[in-house]
Design a protein around this ligand. Structure first.
Ligand SMILES: [Zn+2]
Length: 685
């Protein structure tokens, strides 16, 4: 549930201290592809790590690549075939330059978004050439030896015909996740992801899932079946490779990390809930290892029900220089809990186990890359969090790369006055870094459930849960930013405090306008972090005098005019949001987002899009990851690992796909068998 996405407007961390001197010259923004930016990520601290930690990272890095295809398949059943077709064509460029350029454009977006669905709007994008031009390019590539993902006895033309609606028709499978479908449509039927097959909410209602997080639900011959993601189950070929690399990592890990890795392998082996839980607990217990990984079926944003886990992997090391501020917050968690502006009965008496680090990632795959979070707090299971705590990370090198690749015009376009723009330039990055830390370390870790609820809040809040939880964490951050405690703790200088708060609140108030640039079609918002920010600002506008909507030269602005009223409103709303979560008040959650968080005015969006396009600002960013390579002795044993920066999305994506070709072929073969089985089954009836 819990992850920070890039909040919105420009800058993240401004703090460039401690970066190496070559920074100003090196390349961050590599290219623009329509509304996406492609940015190189750097892992500056990697070379300074001891060699055994570099070796550890190397094995975890390979595990991260080995599972990447799982998320492709989860996101869309046709994804892997589509990607193999595109990559076959790109690897052997054909004659027609215009068609080739269009295929390159589409493929880059496909890679950045892990398939044909925009990661922010959930909507499908399509190829803009004709099917005939596409087929000609495919045949030309085949003529030069390119391999296509053909089923037994299938011709290239039959393959292209099978995939034509997926590549060319925006109305076929139009949305990957639809939590708010048109009236009368089922949320699972309206979502085109591959977490369910022929299943409706009605089928799910009476069905007891044994593997809620790690299975695909399939309706076969009128019966519900769970296809479990584990060794010997669905994704066996990929999981086999992932666990092989995890095994190889163990000898280089610290003792608590080794324990967590063994627990993870055990979960991959059995798929059972108790082993998943044991892994979560072992992972949380490892609080001080300098290297860590997140690997497995984790976040549930892809699922309209918010139950099924999408596969992801991150490998990272602690950025010791930047960790001290976040550690200070974590150490004071109980103080924050005691000062929450909500009913005492929702306060934890003993907040424990909150571990917070600033980290640099070496690789992020699956649900975590190329579009990456900026902060993460795990595990997601409420009961484990309450008993064992959670770990929070703020991803420093991602924040830095966002900031360095961003155009300065972005900060001023949506500011009402030159003062506001200057404040944003000076303080917005800093305020954002601090509120992100508060969101992750204090926000998500805070509060407890009402004793009588008797189940996880996800179960009752359903599709509203993630947005409620993100709102809660954001509100906690906004509430404490102006608190004198920030100065007492040495996190903000006392002379700067008012300006930091002003800049932070102004930035937040602008967010719902600026983020509309990301939703170029329709008039509803799906993404939970976006829903949360729309809701908070619109609620404040309706219920306080903190923010004014103003128009000048036909441009709309949100002007934050009263920081005290802003904070008072935040306190009231936070008390209500905590109450909703603690009691699982679904109708109240739904009403809150329906009223303030989901729907927007198309004309306003068009205005924002025009302003943003004029500035040529990207809507989202995909990252090219660092590349690791082993350094071998004459006899082939790995002696060390070195890092390089490819600065090219295509090269990296083709390398990743090549690395998993064998397991992908095995997976495809197992799917084809399953397919013919079910066809026979249907004919048999
Ligand atoms: Zn969050």
């Amino acid at each position: 549930m819990l992850r920070g996405l890039l909040a919105m407007t420009a800058a993240m961390s401004i703090s460039c201290s401690g970066s190496n001197p070559a920074d100003s010259e090196r390349k961050y923004l590599l290219e623009r592809v329509d509304e996406a930016a492609v940015v190189q990520l750097y892992a500056d601290g990697f070379e300074a790590l001891p060699v055994d930690q570099r070796m550890l990272i190397w094995h975890l890095y390979q595990a991260a690549i080995a599972g990447r295809d799982i998320f492709y398949d989860q996101r869309y059943a046709h994804n892997l075939d589509m990607r193999d077709v595109l990559e076959a064509i790109l690897s052997r460029p054909s004659g027609d330059a215009e068609t080739h350029a269009e295929i390159v454009r589409y493929t880059k977006l496909f890679w950045v978004n892990t398939g044909p669905y925009n990661n922010l709007t959930a909507r499908k994008f399509v190829l803009r050439c004709t099917p005939q031009q596409f087929a000609a390019a495919a045949h030309a590539a085949a003529g030069k030896g390119a391999k296509f993902p053909l089923r037994r006895g299938e011709s290239i033309d039959a393959l292209l015909a099978r995939l034509q609606p997926m590549f060319f028709d925006a109305l076929v499978d139009p949305s990957v996740t639809t939590k708010t479908p048109p009236a009368g449509r089922d949320i699972l039927q309206a979502s085109s992801n591959n977490l369910y097959l022929d299943v409706t909410m009605k089928d799910v209602d009476g069905f007891d899932e044994r593997y809620p997080l790690n299975s695909r639900l399939v309706k076969k011959n009128g019966k519900m079946v769970e296809e479990v993601y584990r060794l010997g189950g669905r994704y066996d070929p990929q999981i086999r490779e992932v666990t092989r690399h995890l095994e190889a990592a163990i000898p280089f890990a610290t003792e608590p990390m080794g324990k967590a890795l063994r627990a993870l392998i055990q979960w991959y082996r059995t798929g059972e809930e108790r082993d998943r839980r044991a892994y979560d607990i072992a992972w949380v217990a490892d609080k001080s290892s300098p290297v860590d990984t997140i690997n497995g079926f984790t976040e549930v944003y892809l699922d309209a029900r918010g139950i099924k886990g999408a596969w992801e992997a991150l490998v990272y090391y602690v950025n010791t220089k930047k960790t001290s501020a976040i550690k200070k917050l974590a150490a004071e968690a109980q103080w924050f809990e005691n000062h929450m502006p909500w009913d005492r009965k929702y306060c934890k008496d003993n907040v424990q186990g909150i571990t917070a680090n600033v980290i640099d990632v070496v690789i992020e795959t699956g649900d975590a890359g190329p579009v990456t979070p900026i902060g993460i707090n795990l595990p997601n299971e409420q009961e484990v969090r309450e008993q064992y705590g959670s770990k929070s990370v703020s991803i420093s090198n991602v924040n830095e790369a966002y900031d360095r690749s961003m155009d300065a015009g972005f900060r001023s376009e949506f500011s009402w006055s030159e003062d506001e723009a200057a404040r944003a330039r000076r303080w917005q990055g800093f305020a954002h870094e601090l509120t992100t830390d508060l969101h992750e370390v204090i926000g998500h870790a805070s509060g407890k459930m009402h004793g009588e609820l008797g189940c996880a809040p996800q179960t009752v809040l359903k599709e509203q849960y993630s947005a409620i939880e993100e709102s809660r964490a954001d509100l906690v951050a906004l509430y404490f930013l102006p608190d004198p405690k920030m100065v007492e703790m040495g996190l903000i200088g006392s002379a700067d405090h008012a300006d930091v708060v002003q800049a932070g609140y102004e930035n937040y108030a602008r967010t719902p306008l600026v983020q509309l640039r990301r939703i170029r079609e329709g008039t509803t918002i799906e993404e939970d972090h976006m829903r949360n920010r729309q809701m908070i600002v619109h609620w404040l506008m309706a219920n306080t005098k903190a923010i004014e909507k103003r128009v000048r030269d036909r441009k709309t602005y949100h002007v934050m005019v009263d920081a005290k009223a802003f904070r008072d409103g935040v306190a009231r709303l936070l008390a209500e949001v905590q109450r909703i979560k603690a009691n699982g008040d679904y109708p109240a959650a739904k009403a809150l987002f329906e009223t303030y968080g989901i729907h927007f005015d198309a004309a306003l969006r068009d205005e924002i899009v025009a302003r943003v396009d004029k500035l040529k600002l990207p809507s989202y960013t995909g990252f090219v990851q660092p590349k690791l390579e082993p350094v071998r002795d004459a006899d082939g044993t790995i002696r060390d690992v070195k890092v390089t920066y490819p600065q090219d999305l295509t090269t990296q994506m083709l390398e990743y796909s090549e690395a998993t070709r064998v397991s992908r072929e095995q997976f495809r073969a197992s799917q084809t068998t399953a397919l013919s089985d079910s066809v026979e089954g249907r004919q048999g009836r």
